[in-house]
Design a protein around this ligand. Structure first.
Ligand code: 13P
Ligand code: SF4
Length: 323
């Protein structure tokens, strides 16, 4: 007698097919979820996939603002997240009332919000961006218009540096995971491995230190790359280096190692784990598909006001960042 053992992954894919669901996973998810998903990628790539998905249901394995963005882009689809409590410390650093007050202080300014914001904040926004297209989005704003950039101060500083824009105001928010990857850790790791490339997410507190190390000649400038998570994957596929130091959430290492198995990828801070991303577990994904939970809803009036900002975001910048 043959006994067929259905694995967790088989069951997930079978249930997804029965529900006509597509599973999207962010690069910070646990490896099992990244591997079972139909698409794994960065925030921008996943938003683009969500906007054009043919499936009736999107199961978003990521944090709440990502699933909300999918619902804003595809309001007629059912959007599920395996645990609706998966928040984001960066998105929590500004609410719609705070943004309205900031706008009153700068009448006529163009509001550029990182996608890591709530739907209510997006409804008060002119253009959203992600870490992979933030520079292009800010460059798309006429040079004589003031820009309010929110909520991440480190990404804001990076964009201001690249664009050379001095009429850009930056909100003082941060992501607790990336802010915790600091310059001292980076300098120590870079000194241990002077030939390594450095891949730094622009939300990191160490992004400025990385550029400083390059400026000082401690690390050759061409080895320092400030990249979104999707940009890191593109760089990994092209690198000729034997080792790479990675400054972002540690879930990223799984995709990097799959993309370039011959390269030694090491975390700058191996405790940089996002507890919100890790609230999405294999068991919860199964429950989500079995029971149709947790369903993400965005009030239609808020979604309607947020949609053009999100649509402008997905139209700007080169495709990539997902598979
Ligand atoms: P990416 O857009 O680079 O995927 O980053 C998303 C995020 O939440 C960073 O912490
Ligand atoms: Fe939010 Fe930071 Fe987690 Fe990304 S890593 S989801 S920015 S808390």
């Amino acid at each position: 007698m043959t006994v067929t053992v259905q694995t967790w992954a088989d069951e997930v894919r079978t249930l997804a097919q029965r529900r006509n669901a597509v599973i999207l996973a962010h690069n910070y998810q646990v490896p099992e979820i990244q591997d079972v998903a139909h698409h794994t990628g960065d925030s921008l790539a996943l938003s683009r996939i969500a906007a054009t998905a043919e499936a009736e249901t999107i199961v978003f394995c990521g944090v709440h603002f990502m699933a909300e963005t999918a619902k804003i882009l595809s309001p007629d689809k059912t959007v599920l997240i395996p645990d609706a409590r998966a928040g984001c410390s960066l998105a929590d650093s500004i609410d719609a009332d705070q943004l309205r007050a900031w706008k009153r202080e700068h009448p006529g300014a163009v509001v550029v919000s990182y996608v890591n914001t709530t739907a209510e904040v997006k409804a008060e926004t002119d253009i959203c961006c992600t870490s992979s297209n933030a520079v292009e989005v800010v460059d798309s704003v006429p040079a004589d218009r003031e820009v309010l950039f929110l909520p991440d101060q480190f990404l804001g500083a990076h964009v201001r540096r690249i664009t050379g824009r001095d009429n850009m105001h930056v909100w003082a928010g941060e992501c607790h995971v990336h802010a915790g990857i600091n310059g001292a850790q980076l300098a120590a790791k870079a000194a241990e491995d002077p030939d390594a490339d450095l891949y730094i997410h622009p939300e990191c507190g160490c992004a400025t230190s990385a550029l400083y190390l390059a400026g000082e000649g401690a690390v050759p400038a061409e080895r320092v790359k400030i990249l979104s998570t999707g940009g890191m994957l593109d760089a990994a596929r092209a690198t000729t280096s034997k080792s790479v130091l990675v400054a972002t959430e540690i879930g990223m290492l799984h995709q990097l190692r799959k993309a370039a198995p011959e390269v030694d990828f090491r975390a700058v801070n191996d405790r940089a784990s996002c507890r919100y991303m890790k609230m999405i577990t294999p068991e919860k994904l199964l429950r989500s598909l079995r029971e149709g939970v947790d369903e993400v809803q965005v009030a239609p009036a808020i979604a309607a006001r947020a949609r053009s900002a999100v649509e402008r975001m997905i139209a700007i910048g080169t495709p990539g960042g997902g598979e």
